[in-house]
Design a protein around this ligand. Structure first.
Ligand SMILES: Cc1cc2nc3c(=O)[nH]c(=O)nc-3n(C[C@H](O)[C@H](O)[C@H](O)COP(=O)(O)OP(=O)(O)OC[C@H]3O[C@@H](n4cnc5c(N)ncnc54)[C@H](O)[C@@H]3O)c2cc1C
Length: 524
């Protein structure tokens, strides 16, 4: 079986969260032809959509130097100074120009004349703009609305990138081996038809977000399995800092809540962590108590859980709140209530959850990766802004700033980078006899990956645990690859292949770094 459908565009953007959407909007304004794909059937489904706390700008008594200091302190000093400078000095202007002026985002105000700046752990100032506790939802919806107005933008939902198209790897012509390796688009699965098409692009953007869902407990939605890291790795782009996986200290502990996040702003507004017996404990770990950096709060909770043989601790907001909880945290209030917890009357049971990947595809200040033609923006990239640990609420801003910068750069230096013809490049290969996929196998493989990552490559790592993870995951990878070659293509099979690759990337990175720093904590 073969297919002949292929598309050609100036920019292919894989992912439609804040990073992909802001890159698409900027490119659209400069008249470039853009195709944006997302593997979900809903355009808005992404980590961005679920962001609660807000987006960093600059507060009233604030300046870029203070923000820079906070970012570097949180990142344990291994941040890329140039990238931190870009974020701190350009961030506010991009927020003002795009979010306020262009998309007219209705950020929450404390009075008609002043914005309500929230505070989160690690920030020395109140500087986080929010729309109550559903910031990401509004931002994502406004971006999609804006993109739909451009005729030079094609939005394709239900399209899953399977692999990057690279030359010479996918070329038919042996003389291409003398050329510099280059990314020229992607093989993309149409989830509905089950067919893989080639989308050729002068510039290809990975904006595929993070990988929290390869862990058993995570705040991320189901789709966040790190597809972009896996595809970039297979294409030969440089990937760095994958051991720095940030765990969010507080997700709701409830059998059916699927990692629902209790935002850091809840602690910022005074809530305290307590053991099941009602004893506060953060003062024993850090003088900043509940506002200590995320990784320290996470390990403190983990330790208290182990010491008291408990599966959760409490986050007590009601004893400390001097405001109307329902008004300030309507989404958290409603969701907890759905699970039988009234946060205006009782403390919230919480556990840590995998939340953010500080590493990724190494890029420069314009989002350019080490592979010609390939850009990466947002969580899938590593600009170096976050160093060993991300400062809260800086990732939406990073996606917005780099998405915008990368497209501006391309628009002002546009030079059709791809000189290959579709006929030079292999079509997708389908096995002669495709096997029906048994969903039980996929589901069990995912359970193995997620449990292995949680137990052996999670919050507290040791060499023995990591070695065990490597052995188990390597074995699983062989089995998955064999299965992948024979299976009928669908997005679940593709996801599994990406997922096992990402689990191994994290495990190998953790094994090769014996130094505990930021979000990588190794005991031996
Ligand atoms: C619950 C929660 C709360 C958060 N709160 C905050 C906050 O308050 N402030 C903050 O700054 N950050 C927050 N974060 C982190 C932040 O949301 C993310 O880092 C950020 O949204 C990432 O944006 P992105 O555009 O890089 O990726 P995403 O928003 O995750 O978008 C990824 C896109 O890629 C698509 N995709 C993935 N793989 C493929 C594929 N193979 N083919 C096609 N499409 C694909 C997805 O469908 C999606 O469209 C939070 C995260 C979570 C999970």
């Amino acid at each position: 079986m073969s297919e002949d459908k292929s598309l050609t565009t100036d920019m292919l953007i894989i992912g439609c969260g804040i990073a992909g959407a802001s890159a698409a909007l900027e490119a659209a304004k400069s008249g470039l032809r853009v195709i944006v794909i997302t593997k979900n059937s809903k355009l808005e489904e992404s980590n961005t959509y679920y962001a609660q706390g807000g987006i960093v700008s600059l507060g009233l008594d604030d300046h870029p130097g203070l923000l820079k200091e906070d970012i570097i302190k949180s990142g344990d000093g291994i941040n890329n100074p140039g990238a931190v400078e870009i974020l701190a000095s350009e961030g506010k202007k991009v927020v003002d120009d795009i979010l306020f002026k262009e998309l007219k985002i209705p950020f929450t105000r404390s009075s008609p004349d002043s914005l309500d700046y929230a505070q989160e752990g690690g920030h020395s100032r109140r500087r986080i703009l929010h729309i109550k506790d559903t910031t990401g939802k509004t931002i994502e919806e406004r971006f999609i609305e804006a993109l739909k107005k451009y005729s030079n933008v094609t939005l394709l939902a239900d399209h899953t990138a399977v692999d990057l198209l690279t030359v010479p790897h996918h070329s038919k012509n042996p003389t291409f081996y003398y050329e510099e390796p280059q990314c020229i688009g992607a093989y993309v699965l149409d989830n509905q038809s089950g067919k893989v098409k080639r989308i050729f692009a002068h510039y290809t953007f990975l904006a595929t977000g993070g990988c929290g869902t390869i862990y058993l407990y995570t705040s991320n939605p189901k789709g966040a399995i790190g597809d972009g890291y896996a595809m970039a790795y297979r294409a030969g782009a440089r990937i760095v800092n994958m051991e720095y996986i940030q765990f969010h200290p507080t997700s709701l502990f409830h059998r059916d809540a699927d990692g629902f996040l209790i935002s850091e702003t809840v602690r910022g507004e005074g809530a305290r962590l307590k053991t099941k017996e009602g004893r506060t404990f953060m003062e024993n770990y850090n003088e900043k108590k509940e506002l200590a950096p995320r990784d320290e709060v996470t390990r403190a909770i983990y330790e208290e859980m182990i010491n008291s043989n408990s599966s959760y601790v409490y986050l007590d907001l009601v004893s400390y709140a001097k405001f109307d909880i329902k008004k300030r945290f309507p989404n958290i209030y409603r969701t907890c209530l759905k699970y039988g917890i009234d946060i205006t009357r009782e403390p919230i049971p919480v556990v840590p959850a995998a939340h953010y990947c500080c590493g990724g595809v190494l890029v420069d200040g314009w989002g350019k990766s080490s592979l010609k033609g390939l850009f990466a923006v947002g969580e899938v990239s590593c600009t170096g802004v976050h160093g060993a640990n991300r400062l809260a609420s800086t990732s939406l801003l990073e996606g917005l700033v780099w998405g915008t910068r990368a497209s501006k750069h391309i628009a002002s230096h546009f030079n059709p980078a791809m000189s290959y013809k579709p006929s030079d490049i292999h079509k997708w290969y389908y096995p002669e006899k495709e096997e029906e996929v048994d969903p039980a196998l996929i589901s069990q493989d995912w359970i193995s990956i997620r449990s292995t990552m949680w137990n052996y490559a999670g919050i507290i790592r040791t060499n023995k645990r990591l070695e065990r993870a490597r052995a188990d995951l390597d074995y699983l990878r062989h089995r998955i690859e064999k299965f992948y070659k024979e299976a009928r293509m669908d997005e679940k099979v593709v996801g599994l292949k990406h997922g096992i690759q990402v689990a191994l990337l994290i495990t190998y990175a953790a094994l090769s770094n014996p130094v505990s720093l930021g979000a990588h904590y190794i005991q031996d």
